[in-house]
Design a protein around this ligand. Sequence first.
Ligand code: TRP
Length: 333
Amino acid sequence: MADIVLTGDRPTGQLHLGHYVGSLANRIRMQDSYQQFVMIADVQALTDNYDNPQKVRENVFEVALDYLAVGLDPEKTTIFIQSMIPEIAELTVFYLNLVTLARVQRNPTVKTEMHQKGLENRIPVGFLVYPVSQAADITIFRARYVPVGEDQLPMIEQSNELVRSFNRIYGEGIMREAEAIVPKIARLPGTDGSAKMSKSMGNTIYLGESSDVLYKKVMGMYTDPNHVRVSDPGKVEGNPVFAYLDAFDPDTNEVERLKEQYQRGGLGDVVLKKYLFQVLDTFLAPIRERRAMLAQDMAYVKNVVEQGTGKARSVASQTMRNVRAAMHLDYFG
Ligand code: TRP
């Protein structure tokens, strides 16, 4: 049987170009050769949105729409909702015994998020241990590959540590280690030039973005602040306009030509941004169209996710039967 791929997203907003570059593009490619599960991680979303369940609820189907619009095919990819698989929560509880407080406090991605959210001194335990729950997400499906952006590498590392502890204590071969699949361009900067595109920073371009809003966002993008006059030489490194062209313009020769011209001087930001707008609009147009069409038929979208959840649950509960047996918790046979 084909190897299993598992990945997911927190439903805290619509998906954006950063998600596409970091993970969605790989998922679209991988669904043809692997058995792929894609999780809408509502339980994980609640770890820092526990006081706003309505937001999580609303975004579950927004994310499902994004998945289908971008080309995840329900015939090939099983799309499901995390909270509907209580076995994941059960496995999380067992994993929590296998990790120290010091270890969870060391996870660099969690540290960064804690800092960004100003949570250092009042961090909910659920948030601190979400990487443990994420290990359960991955391993309950016996996933071999996890297509993610590079910020998720510490999660996979922590998951593999848990697998090794679990197998050492309860039996070799029960859980399996996974490998992160990180794309060459692993991270897309925000429109403001900051390192990462992220909803909480307000520097995103959504997959369903209208042409009008896209135009405004592109024209308002950060570039090289020292590139004042058209004739001034400009910087390509750290300039998000060129990062986006690298990621989305299929005409790499033209991108090289533009970079040279920009560095030499003589290419204005307005002209350059108008070019980027065309590239992004061409990329987003079919996604936007499919998204709008699918949004007219939410019964279909819901059905896809419901079917997927049923399938995912049967895989997860089979793993948990093995886990319970290995842990001597199979009291009634
Ligand atoms: N932590 C991931 C993110 O913030 C989402 C996620 C939840 C995930 N469960 C997962 C990713 C399992 C990979 C595998 O984007």
